[in-house]
Design a binder for this molecule. Structure first.
Ligand SMILES: Nc1ncnc2c1ncn2[C@@H]1O[C@H](COP(=O)(O)OP(=O)(O)OP(=O)(O)O)[C@@H](O)[C@H]1O
Length: 639
């Protein structure tokens, strides 16, 4: 076991040292008292039974009963106290882990397996708990018992101490031999359990079960589950096998020792060098030693398992968040006027997953290579209070661009500026508070509508919640629900339709009142009439903010002050709606196609070679995905 693990665990346990010391004291007392019955029993036989002293028998019998009661009381206190301290240790470790995980950049969670993260916070920490609740009591108990019982044996018959002295190093050597194997087996168990948790979390999630229903069959999933569950079984059995082998070896050693003690002490009684009471006491003391001695392999195994578990928690705690605030970061003042947003020659590529997360959370996901550039030389300015519309092919990098504005990721090249300041030099909380985002997919917590809305502004009054819901056109639905705002939404809000979830997300945005608004296909799940209503009611809100609006429906961005057309991570056209239509490029073609498409789902083929007006690049023929009919009125921020 590397020294570092012990040291780190001791450092972590430092705040609990006083309570652990009290626990050790209780255990030591309890273990020392456990030797007393053998000593009292010796006197009872030698001075009471063999001398025919009935009074001494009664008296010493009473002492034995009192010792027994004392032992049981101490045992109760010891177990209860050990459990309390252990649970407090786990509470601290879990809280540290949860808080640290929350500070991780979004990239961490795109690369980590959810089940493995849950397993780390939930399962692995119990290994540390058992160090306090079982390992420390067993270890301290064993040591104190060895000293007390060994001391008593030495006083009664020093020749038998030689036996104990031979036994101890032998047992230590044996347990050391098994430690490495136990450690490896412990690691395998935790890893395979995390794999199984990941599969269960994914396959039994609402989305996962739906995909399986549509594209597969539940029984087709069973073999994959069995493989992983079987691996847990195999490695658990292997770990138990190693521990059992160690236990068997130790039991044999102890069995042989017992025989030796009986023969040696029996010979001493025959020769008159030892009393019968002493022989019985020696045998009883030896029996007392069996417990701690056979517990020793368990202690080692538990300690190894605890250290493995702690190492896994520490691995996460030591993983520095990828996006961090610079020392001396500046505040972003929250003034009445909206800030400008500028992208200066921005380049970005998603890092490889193994750079984003600790390997044991990532699993076998990547060859280690980073991805190609997703954004190249993106350069534009959104003036204060203006709106920039962003359109382009699927996968062109539109959402990535907005993720750079919230510092979900940091640019690889260039700068993102808010009011002329590089956002990496601003306080992280200020940047995230300044930007409000509504995306295509809305995540809602399994909590009440009220709680989901209050995330954006905890101090908001009920009237403010209602007003935000009215502006987002979700109030008519909430009003009809028996519990209204206090209705619980179900897992991830899946009891609402996609459009209803988006409208709640817009209400959340209204409550947040950010200075910069990002709408990334924010009403894509809403019908055209609802979208128009929302756009109308949001006009005053958006007019006072700097907005980036991503849309496939051109009607959504036609009134923007600046429209960027993106392809392959580059801005290939830019201008206002009329200018772009007049330019006759890709935007004009798409505009034409959306007007012509009577079904609302016309599909166009665009020869990119004829549409690139800004940046020359590869010119493959690309097929846009379905586009909706131009039925909306656009985000009317200009009134
Ligand atoms: N977390 C990620 N890790 C690696 N690559 C990613 C990640 N997120 C997106 N990408 C890749 O980056 C590219 C741009 O994705 P992005 O989501 O920005 O496209 P988009 O233009 O918003 O597409 P859409 O219109 O379909 O939403 C895509 O090729 C995508 O596969």
């Amino acid at each position: 076991m590397p020294e570092r693990s012990y040291t780190a665990l001791l450092r972590f346990l430092r705040p609990f040292r006083a309570r652990i010391a009290v626990l050790v004291g209780i255990i030591a007392l309890s273990s020392a008292i456990a030797v007393a019955p053998a000593l009292v029993g010796q006197r009872l036989i030698d001075h009471g039974v063999l001398r025919g002293d009935s009074r001494a028998v009664w008296l010493l019998g009473g002492v034995l009963a009192a010792v027994g009661l004392g032992q049981s009381g101490l045992s109760y206190v010891e177990r209860r106290y050990a459990a309390t301290v252990a649970e407090d240790v786990v509470l601290r470790l879990r809280t540290d882990l949860f808080a640290h995980l929350q500070r991780q950049a979004p990239g961490f969670f795109t690369a980590a397996r959810t089940g493995a993260v849950v397993s780390r916070v939930h399962g692995d920490v119990t290994g540390v708990q058992s160090v306090v609740s079982s390992t420390i009591p067993a270890a301290v108990g064993a040591v104190v018992m060895l000293v007390a019982a060994g001391g008593a044996v030495a006083v009664m018959e020093w020749r038998l101490v030689v036996l104990v002295l031979v036994l101890l190093p032998l047992l230590y050597l044996l347990t050391s031999k098994f430690t490495a194997a136990l450690r490896r087996a412990g690691q395998d168990v935790l890893t395979s359990q995390a794999d199984l948790d990941t599969l269960v979390a994914e396959r039994l999630s609402p989305d996962g079960t739906e995909v399986i229903r549509h594209y597969s069959r539940p029984d087709c999933e069973l073999p994959g589950f069995r493989v992983r569950a079987d691996r847990v079984r195999t490695v658990s059995v292997r770990r138990a096998g190693v521990a059992a082998a160690l236990g068997a070896v130790l039991t044999s050693v102890i069995g042989l020792t017992t025989a030796v003690v009986y023969v040696v002490s029996g010979q001493l009684v025959i020769s008159g060098a030892l009393s019968v009471g002493t022989m019985v006491a020696l045998v009883a003391l030896l029996a007392r030693l069996y417990g701690p001695l056979t517990a020793l392999p368990g202690v080692r195994a538990q300690l190894v398992a605890g250290l493995v578990a702690f190492d896994r928690a520490r691995e996460v705690l030591d993983f520095a968040p990828r996006i961090a605030e610079q020392p001396g970061a500046r505040r972003l003042p929250r003034t009445g006027t909206p800030p400008s947003v500028a992208f200066r020659d921005v380049g970005f590529g998603y890092p490889s997953p193994d750079a984003l997360v600790v390997p044991s959370l990532a699993g076998d996901i990547d060859d280690g290579a980073g991805r190609d550039a997703v954004l190249t030389a993106v350069d534009f300015t959104a003036e204060p209070g203006s709106t920039v519309g962003i359109v382009g092919f699927s996968g062109a990098g539109k959402s990535t661009l907005t993720r750079l504005l919230t510092r979900s990721w940091d640019v690889t090249d260039g700068q993102v500026l808010v009011d002329g300041v590089d956002i990496r030099r601003l306080r992280l909380d200020d940047v995230r508070a300044a930007v409000g985002v509504v995306t295509q997919e809305t995540f809602l917590f399994n909590d009440t509508i009220r709680a989901n809305l209050l995330l954006a502004r905890p101090e908001a009054s009920t009237d403010e919640l209602v007003a935000a819901c009215q502006d987002a056109w979700i109030w008519p639905l909430i009003e009809q629900l028996p519990a209204g705002l206090d209705t619980v939404l179900g897992d991830r809000g899946l009891r609402l339709s996609g459009g209803e979830r988006q409208r709640l997300a817009i209400a959340r945005l209204l409550l947040k009142r950010p200075q910069i608004v990002v709408l990334d296909e924010a009403t894509s799940h809403c019908d055209t009439v609802t979208e128009q209503r929302i756009q109308e009611s949001l006009k005053p809100f958006l007019r006072e903010r700097t907005c980036l609006v991503i849309a496939h429906r051109l009607s959504t961005v036609r009134a923007a002050d600046l429209i960027l057309v993106m392809r392959d991570g580059r801005v290939v056209e830019r201008g206002r709606h009329d200018e772009l239509v007049a330019a006759g490029g890709w935007y004009a073609r798409l505009h034409q196609a959306q007007h012509a498409g009577g079904t609302g789902m016309s599909t166009i083929t665009v020869d990119e070679a004829s549409t690139t007006t800004e940046t020359a690049g590869p010119t493959p023929t690309m097929r846009s995905h379905g586009v909706c009919r131009d039925g909306g009125v656009g985000w009317g921020w200009r009134g």
